[in-house]
Design a protein around this ligand. Structure first.
Ligand code: ADP
Ligand code: TRP
Length: 323
């Protein structure tokens, strides 16, 4: 089983990214051949400042390593360090039907808002298909919003295989943990950078507490009986807590006598307890940039072996080279 996933270096990792995707990366690295990469080519569709992009890539690597991605078990690399992916994107583009891309959310949403989309945004899913197919990936851990892209990947792979009458590409499956697929943000909507409602994993404790205190709740007073099921504070607490801890906080909601401030403090304490060790690891890693650079360089070297093999297969199938 080959596992692969990518994350865009477009900002700091938030709780939605962690619980929806990154935690699964780390879980799956134990069992399988796992490749994870920082999707800097994809980020070019939104990040247009070179210094920002470079900094974001380093930060994404630090975040992933601090959160438990282990370079002894998984391969971590930067997307643009494997130039084969660009060539494969072109080969796939020649068999990708327009209607498949026209119905993709990211493009459709922009268009609906009247924002002019560029070709990079429109063909974003083809680059993503190349990311996945280039490594014979079977399983792609992602959040719910990426399932559509994996369906496009399967369609494109299948079409290529059919046209060239051989099994050039492996068809991947998404791996989504349903209960974690839609982590709510500060306003109760899906947590997302685009909605400005995120809680970042690596935030100054003081700032983190302030953000947690700003989570939207209903206006019930301290004495009132409260419903944990419909409260974002509780939904977020569940991500971090054991069954017993969840039952204890739910009982307090239902008994009345606990204000939302206290529930938020409980959430803050729990988040600090769970992410505390990662904070320390991140600080250590940040102090040795050479280590991170070496991890990424070694990762790219390993990934490129497979990428070269699969690209050669695709080129051969469609009649490129070999004269
Ligand atoms: P954002 O929506 O903040 O821009 P990305 O699109 O960069 O996040 O997502 C990176 C990964 O994290 C993807 O696999 C995505 O599905 C997952 N993800 C993002 N937000 C959430 C969320 N609120 N709940 C669950 N998973 C999420
Ligand atoms: N599009 C993904 C996101 O925004 C990032 C990504 C790029 C990706 N290539 C990928 C995810 C390949 C999984 C597999 O989150």
């Amino acid at each position: 089983m080959r596992v692969l996933s990518g994350i865009q270096p477009t900002g700091q990792i938030h709780w939605g990214n962690y619980f929806g995707a990154v935690r699964q990366y780390i879980e799956l690295q134990k069992h399988d051949a796992a490749l994870y990469f920082i999707a800097d080519l994809h980020a070019l569709t939104t990040v247009r400042n070179p210094a920002d992009l470079r900094r974001n890539v380093t930060n994404a690597a630090l975040d992933l390593l601090a959160l438990g991605l282990d370079p002894e078990k998984a391969t971590l690399y930067v997307q643009s360090d494997i130039p084969e992916v660009a060539e494969l994107t072109w080969l796939l583009m020649t068999v990708t039907q327009m209607h498949l891309l026209e119905k993709c959310h990211a493009y459709k949403d922009k268009k609906a808002k009247g924002i002019a989309a560029d070709a990079g945004l429109f063909t974003y899913p083809v680059l993503m298909a190349a990311d996945i197919l280039l490594y014979d990936s079977n399983l792609v851990p992602v959040g719910q919003d990426q399932i559509q892209h994996i369906e496009v990947t399967r369609d494109v792979a299948q079409r290529f295989n059919t046209i060239y009458e051989r099994e050039v590409f492996v068809l991947p499956e998404p791996y989504v943990v349903q209960s974690l697929a839609k982590v709510p943000g500060l306003d109760g909507e899906k947590m997302s950078k685009s909605y400005n409602n995120t809680i970042e994993v690596f935030m100054e404790p003081k700032q983190l507490r302030k953000k947690i205190m700003s989570i939207k709740t209903d206006s019930k007073g301290v004495a009132d009986v409260k419903a944990p099921e419909t409260c974002s504070v509780f939904t977020l607490f569940k991500l971090f807590a054991s069954e017993d801890q969840q039952a204890a906080l739910a009982a307090k909601y239902r008994a009345g006598g606990m204000g939302y401030g206290e529930a938020k403090q409980t959430l803050y304490d729990q988040a600090m307890a769970v992410f505390g060790p990662a904070f320390d690891r991140r600080a250590q890693l940040a102090a040795s940039p050479d280590t991170v650079r070496d991890v990424l360089r070694e990762g790219a070297k390993k990934a490129r072996v497979k990428a070269t093999e699969v690209l050669a297969r695709a080129r051969e199938a469609c009649g490129l080279g070999g004269r």
